[in-house]
Design a protein around this ligand. Structure first.
Ligand SMILES: *Cc1c(COP(=O)(O)O)cnc(C)c1O
Length: 430
């Protein structure tokens, strides 16, 4: 695919040619576990990485390959790997750089599941996370030590929708020769191409706006392909891998050395731990991607309207939306986001927890569920659901108050969305 095509065109075409065997214009779903070897020599060459080709669907699949190429093109990265979930993508992104005894420095305003992974699960494997407030890049610098192997942030933080200064944090990472891993789920490459602002690795839960229809779970990791992994502190890339022909990923891949990170992720975590994406789901996400630019524009337009409406409403205590001019996130968001401010709005309802519960139960058009980024409007009360594993102190640190209601604004007609909110407010105070 010619890289000079514009984003909208890449959404529809990148990574796909009509199928050479059948001339099918639509993308075939390759539902197969394995691929026939042409000869014993061919098989041996594939296993030894001497020639490219398909072996087994845990490692690669032609439908998945199109999703990886399209996501790499949209994020302006060098290559990508699609995985079974956004969670698996975050997990592999970290364990692909960190061995036992290593550390990462992470923003503390994370997606609830990611916070729990870093806080409670990775320590079981000897990988420690130092959490910092992302509001000041200096906090990251202060937490870096000789064991640090990566910095981790989200573009728009959960759940308070703070915007993170990616360029400044990338500068800190690179000063210490560390990769910056950015979870760009809330912005998608339509709003923000994080690699252009210094991210080395981008993670997306494609379950959300990328797929856009709430029909499947998946994740993609995109490698900018420009981090130098030959620094010996990255032992996983410099010491011979006894599980794979003694390969040293930062040295022995020839022309593919710049892709050491994403190649290793396929050859080690994916091959041996197995969170592969189903070909059917890869297809669903590609179907979604074709309209990403149309949907995101509408999500942003509707969310801005909802934020303005809530701001004026007498029953709201506060509203956060990065696109409101008096929002704390507004100055930074304006520097980074040129196509809109995202589909998420959060607000505090007067009357706190109980009013919040009644409000959520009174919504009709909005679905009460734990997802974001669907074409349909969604609502959630995080402190009793997605973030309930966090202690009260942890909730407060990450900006989560008991009155907080999170809206993922869909692409329905704006009048119907506002009417639904209006009716729910009315029934809280009946
Ligand atoms: C949903 C989400 C994840 C996890 O992705 P799954 O596909 O649900 O596993 C990670 N990060 C962010 C920001 C998310 O919104």
């Amino acid at each position: 695919m010619k890289s000079q095509y514009n984003f909208e065109t890449l959404c529809v075409h990148a990574g796909q040619e009509p199928d050479p065997t059948t001339t099918s214009r639509g993308l075939p779903i390759h539902r197969t576990s394995s691929y026939v070897f042409k000869s014993t020599d061919h098989a041996a060459n594939l296993f030894a990485l001497k020639e490219p080709g398909n072996i087994y669907t845990r490692l690669m699949n032609p439908t998945q390959d199109v999703l990886e190429k399209r996501m790499a093109a949209l994020e302006q990265g060098a290559a990508a790997l699609a995985l079974a979930s956004g969670t698996a993508a975050v997990y592999y992104a970290v364990i692909n750089v960190c061995a036992q005894g290593d550390e990462i420095v992470s923003a503390n305003n994370l997606y609830g599941g990611t916070y729990t992974m870093f806080d409670a699960i990775l320590p079981q494997f000897g990988i420690k996370t130092r959490f910092v407030s992302a509001h000041d890049p200096k906090n990251f610098e202060a937490a870096i030590n000789a064991r640090t192997r990566a910095l981790f942030i989200e573009t728009i933080g959960n759940p308070a929708l703070d915007f993170t200064d990616i360029k400044a944090i990338a500068a800190v990472a690179h000063k210490h020769h560390l990769p910056l891993i950015v979870d760009g789920t809330f912005t998608t490459p339509f709003l923000l191409k994080t690699i252009n602002f210094g991210a080395d690795i981008v993670v997306n839960s494609v379950t959300k706006w990328i797929g856009g229809h709430g029909t499947g779970i998946g994740g993609v990791v995109i490698d900018a392909g420009r981090f130098d992994w030959q620094d010996t502190k990255f032992t996983l890339f410099n010491e011979p891998d006894t599980s794979y022909h003694g390969l040293r990923y930062a040295h022995d891949l020839g022309e593919l050395n710049p892709l050491a990170y994403i190649m290793r992720m396929r050859l080690v975590p994916l091959r041996n731990m197995g969170a592969c994406i189903a070909p059917d789901n890869a297809w669903l996400f590609l179907q979604g991607l074709e309209t990403l630019h149309l949907r995101m524009a509408r999500h942003c337009e509707n969310a801005l309207e909802v934020a303005r409406y809530l701001k004026e409403h007498s029953q709201t205590a506060w509203v956060r939306y990065p696109g409101l001019p008096d929002d704390p996130a507004y100055p930074l968001s304006c520097q980074y986001l040129k196509n809109g401010f995202g589909g998420m709005v959060v607000f505090g309802i007067k009357g706190g927890l109980n009013a919040g519960k009644r409000f959520i139960e009174s919504l009709n058009l909005f679905s009460h569920l734990a997802n974001v980024g669907d074409a349909k409007s969604l609502a959630l009360h995080p402190s009793s659901t997605s973030h309930s594993q966090l202690s009260v102190e942890q909730q407060e640190e990450s900006g989560l108050t008991p009155d907080l209601i999170r809206l993922s604004v869909g692409i329905e007609h704006i009048d119907d969305i506002i009417n639904d909110l209006e009716n729910a407010f009315a029934s809280v105070w009946e």
